[in-house]
Design a protein around this ligand. Structure first.
Ligand code: SER
Length: 353
C-alpha cells in the first residue's frame, strides 16, 4: 500500500473484511436537520442520527470515505504543510457493537500490517480527564495501548481541547485517542518537551479514534448515549504523506496533478520562494475545495456556505495573482478528471462547475 488510491481502497476493504458495510459519502452540504456546521466537517456527521439513537443505521458497522470541508481552517491553509480545508476522511463506525478494545485492535492491525508504519515512529495521545465534564483520565485506552506493546512513554495524556471530540457543539461526543507519526526531530522545534500536541510540525496526527458514549448538552453537561459507539477519522491526505514519507500533504501523489498544473501554468516552481510555497498550497487546496463545493450545489454568495465558497475563490485568485496565474476556473477540470471516478457528481455537474 503506497498510493492515495491504494490507501482509500485498502482502508475500506480492510474494514469490510472485519464485517463493516461500505457506505457512500454524504454531501458537503449537511441535511436540513443538521444545524451543527455550514459544511460537513467530519466522517461521522452524516451518521449523527445513528449515534444519537434516533435512527437505525443501515448496518451496525459501517466504513466510509467522506468528503469534508473545515471552514475554521481556511486561514491556516498555506502556512504549514498539512492543514487543508477540503479533504477526504476515512472512517470505521460501530453503533453499539465493538468499543475501545475493538477500535484499538483494528487500528493497530491496519497501521502495522497494512500501512506498515515504522513502530519507532508511532505515538498516541489519550484523554487526560476534565473536571468540568466530571470525567477522569481514559485509563482503559492507556491500558489497551500498553497491552499492544506500545512503550508507556509514547502514550501522551492531553486535555479536553485535544482529546475529547464533538462535532462543534451539542451532540454525540466522547474521549478520543489520536494516532501520530513522528516525522523526525529535524522538522520539529527541538525543545526537549516536544511530543504529540506540540504546535510544531514534528508529530503528525493522522487518525482519531473517538469513543462516542456521551451526548453533550447546551449547558455543557454530558449524559450517556443509549449505546457505546466508535467513530474514527483517518485523514486520507495525511495518511498518504505518512505512507510516502513526505513532509507535506502537497507532495503526495494525490496532489501531483494539481501542483504540476499550477507550476506549469504560472512558470513558478513550488518552493521557489516563501511566497510561491504559500500560493501553491492555497491554490491546490482551494482549487479542490471550490470544485467539490460547486459539485455539491453551493453557489458563491454573501452569506452562509455561499460566502465560504466566495471566500476561498477570492483567496485563490489573490494568491494566483502573486504568481501570475489567470483563469483559475481551469483548475477544476483537472480536479474533476482526477477524482471524478470516486465522486461522479464532479463529472455530472461539470458544466456548472
Ligand atoms: N469525528 C472525529 C474527527 O473528525 C473522528 O472521525 O476527527
Amino acid at each position: 500500500m503506497r498510493t492515495t488510491a491504494e490507501l482509500r481502497e485498502g482502508f475500506l476493504t480492510f474494514f469490510e473484511s472485519k464485517g463493516h458495510k461500505r457506505h457512500p459519502s454524504g454531501s458537503l452540504v449537511p441535511p436540513e436537520w443538521d444545524h451543527s456546521t455550514l459544511l460537513n466537517s467530519a466522517g461521522m456527521q452524516p451518521l449523527m442520527p445513528y449515534f444519537a439513537g434516533r435512527e437505525t443505521p443501515p448496518a451496525p458497522l459501517l466504513t466510509t470515505v467522506q468528503k469534508v470541508f473545515r471552514t475554521p481552517d481556511i486561514d491556516e491553509v498555506g502556512l504549514d504543510s498539512f492543514h487543508l480545508t477540503f479533504f477526504e476522511m476515512l472512517g470505521n463506525f460501530s453503533f453499539g457493537e465493538y468499543f475501545k478494545e475493538g477500535a484499538i485492535d483494528f487500528a493497530w492491525e491496519f497501521v502495522f500490517d497494512h500501512m506498515r508504519i515504522d513502530p519507532d515512529k508511532f505515538w498516541v495521545t489519550v484523554f487526560g480527564g476534565d473536571v468540568e465534564l466530571g470525567l477522569g483520565e481514559d485509563e482503559e485506552a492507556v491500558r489497551l495501548w500498553e497491552a499492544k506493546g506500545l512503550p508507556p512513554e509514547r502514550i501522551v495524556r492531553l486535555d479536553r481541547s485535544h482529546n475529547f471530540w464533538s462535532v462543534g457543539g451539542p451532540g454525540p461526543c466522547g474521549p478520543d485517542t489520536e494516532l501520530f507519526y513522528d516525522r523526525g526531530e529535524e522538522v520539529g522545534c527541538l525543545r526537549p518537551e516536544c511530543a504529540p500536541g506540540c504546535e510544531c510540525e514534528r508529530f503528525l496526527e493522522f487518525w482519531n479514534l473517538v469513543f462516542m458514549e456521551y451526548e453533550l448538552h447546551e449547558d455543557g453537561t454530558v449524559t450517556p448515549l443509549p449505546k457505546q459507539n466508535v467513530d474514527t477519522g483517518l485523514g486520507l491526505e495525511r495518511g498518504a504523506a505518512v505512507l510516502q514519507d513526505v513532509i507535506s500533504v502537497y507532495e503526495t501523489d494525490g496532489y501531483q496533478a494539481i501542483m504540476d498544473w499550477i507550476a506549469a501554468e504560472s512558470g513558478v516552481a513550488f518552493g521557489e520562494s516563501e511566497k510561491a510555497t504559500k500560493a501553491h498550497r492555497i491554490l491546490a487546496d482551494h482549487g479542490r475545495g471550490m470544485t467539490f463545493l460547486v459539485g455539491d450545489g453551493v453557489v458563491p454568495s454573501n452569506e452562509g456556505r455561499g460566502y465560504v465558497l466566495r471566500r476561498i475563490i477570492r483567496r485563490a485568485v489573490q494568491q494566483a495573482r502573486t504568481i501570475g496565474l489567470d483563469d483559475l476556473w481551469r483548475m477544476t477540470d483537472g480536479v474533476a478528471e482526477q477524482m471524478g471516478h470516486w465522486y461522479p457528481e464532479l463529472v455530472e455537474h461539470g458544466e456548472r462547475i
